[in-house]
Design a binder for this molecule. Structure first.
Ligand SMILES: NC(=O)c1ccc[n+]([C@@H]2O[C@H](COP(=O)([O-])OP(=O)(O)OC[C@H]3O[C@@H](n4cnc5c(N)ncnc54)[C@H](O)[C@@H]3O)[C@@H](O)[C@H]2O)c1
Length: 293
C-alpha cells in the first residue's frame, strides 16, 4: 500500500455529517472530487448540508441514520451501494458527550454515550468492512476517537471510557485488516478541543434517554468547562479535516491534531510503566483545569 490513496471519483460515507468535523470532512471530500453519502440523526441539518454540497457541484445523498441502531447502519451501507456502487472511505465520526463525576452518571448517560460513540463505530466497522474487503480496491476507515481515548481527564468518565473503547477497537481493526488485506486499512483520529456543536450534544439526545434529575454540581461545572474549552479551541473543523485527509493519503494511523497533548500521553504511559499513581492530565494545562465542586 505504498501508493498514496486516491480520492477523486471515489465514494465517501460520513456519519455525524451534518455538523462539526463530519460536515468539514464532507466539504473536503467534495473538493477532492469524491461522491458522498452523508448520515446523521438531525434530518434538517443533514438536508441543509447535502443541499449546500450539491449546489457546489458535488454528487451527494443524505440518509437519516441513528448509528446506535445496527439495522439502520446496515441500511446506510445498502443505500451507499445503491447510490454509487462502492464505498472507499468511511468516517465513523458521530459522537456525543456528557460530563460530571463518574458515579453521578446515570444509566441513561452510559447507554446514550456507549450507544453512539462505541456501538456507532462498531456498527460502521461491522457493516462496511466486508463490503470494502469484497471490492478488492483501496479503501480506508477513519474512526473518530479523541484525546479522551488516550488520557483520562477528571469529570469526563463516561466519555473517556467510550473513546478508550474506540481507540482499542481501531488499533485492533488495524491489526486484523493487516492480516487479511493490502488494500483496506484504517486510521484513528484523536483531536483535542475544537469549536463544533459537541458542547451542545444534548440536542440530539433521544427522549427516552434523557435524565429526569437536574444536573449535579459536578455536571454543571463539567458542562461549563467543556463550553469554555471548546470555544477556546484554536484549530477549526476544517484544519482537522485537512490533517485527516493528509493522513489517509499517506496511510498514517494515528492522527493527533494537537501534538502538544503528547506530553500528557507520555506522563500517562510513564505512570503505567513505573506503577506510579495516575497523574491528572490537566495538571499540564492549568488554564483548562477547573475542578468541579
Ligand atoms: N469538537 C471537539 O472538541 C472534539 C474533540 C475530540 C473528539 N471529538 C469527536 O468528534 C466527533 C464529531 O463531533 P463534533 O465535534 O463535530 O460535534 P458536532 O456535535 O458538531 O457533530 C456531531 C454530529 O453527530 C450527530 N449525531 C449525534 N448522535 C448521532 C447518532 N446517534 N447517529 C448519527 N449521528 C449522530 C449530531 O447530530 C451531529 O451532527 C465526535 O465523535 C466527538 O466525540 C470532538
Amino acid at each position: 500500500m505504498s501508493e498514496p490513496f486516491q480520492f477523486d471519483g471515489r465514494v465517501a460515507v460520513i456519519t455525524g455529517a451534518a455538523s462539526g468535523f463530519g460536515r468539514a470532512f464532507a466539504h473536503h471530500a467534495a473538493a477532492l472530487g469524491m461522491k458522498l453519502v452523508l448520515a446523521d440523526v438531525d434530518q434538517a441539518l443533514l438536508d441543509e448540508t447535502v443541499e449546500a454540497l450539491r449546489e457546489s457541484g458535488a454528487q451527494a445523498v443524505g440518509v437519516r441514520t441513528d448509528v446506535r441502531d445496527a439495522a439502520q447502519v446496515d441500511a446506510l451501507a445498502n443505500a451507499a451501494l445503491e447510490a454509487f456502487g462502492k464505498v472507499h472511505l468511511l468516517f465513523n465520526n458521530a459522537g456525543v458527550g456528557t460530563g460530571g463525576f463518574v458515579w453521578e452518571s446515570s444509566a441513561r448517560d452510559w447507554e446514550w454515550l456507549f450507544g453512539v460513540n462505541v456501538m456507532g463505530v462498531a456498527n460502521g466497522v461491522r457493516s462496511f468492512t466486508p463490503v470494502m474487503l469484497a471490492q478488492g480496491e483501496r479503501a480506508h476507515i477513519v474512526n473518530t476517537a479523541s484525546v479522551a481515548g488516550l488520557l483520562s481527564p477528571p469529570a469526563m468518565g463516561v466519555y473517556n471510557a467510550s473513546k478508550h473503547a474506540v481507540v482499542s477497537l481501531t488499533e485492533t481493526l488495524y491489526h486484523d485488516l493487516k492480516n487479511v488485506s493490502d488494500a483496506v486499512s484504517c486510521s484513528l483520529l484523536c483531536p483535542a478541543f475544537v469549536p463544533t456543536g459537541i458542547a451542545n450534544a444534548g440536542r440530539s439526545r433521544p427522549d427516552d434517554l434523557r435524565n429526569d434529575a437536574p444536573l449535579t454540581r459536578s455536571q454543571q461545572a463539567a458542562d461549563l468547562q467543556l463550553q469554555r474549552a471548546v470555544r477556546a479551541g484554536k484549530l477549526t473543523p476544517d484544519d482537522v479535516a485537512k490533517a485527516t485527509f493528509d493522513a489517509v493519503r499517506e496511510g498514517r494511523f494515528y492522527i493527533l491534531t494537537h501534538p502538544q497533548i503528547l506530553a500528557s500521553v507520555k506522563l500517562r504511559h510513564e505512570d503505567i510503566e513505573t506503577l506510579r499513581n495516575p497523574t491528572d492530565p490537566l495538571s499540564l494545562k492549568p488554564e483548562v483545569k477547573q475542578a468541579p465542586q
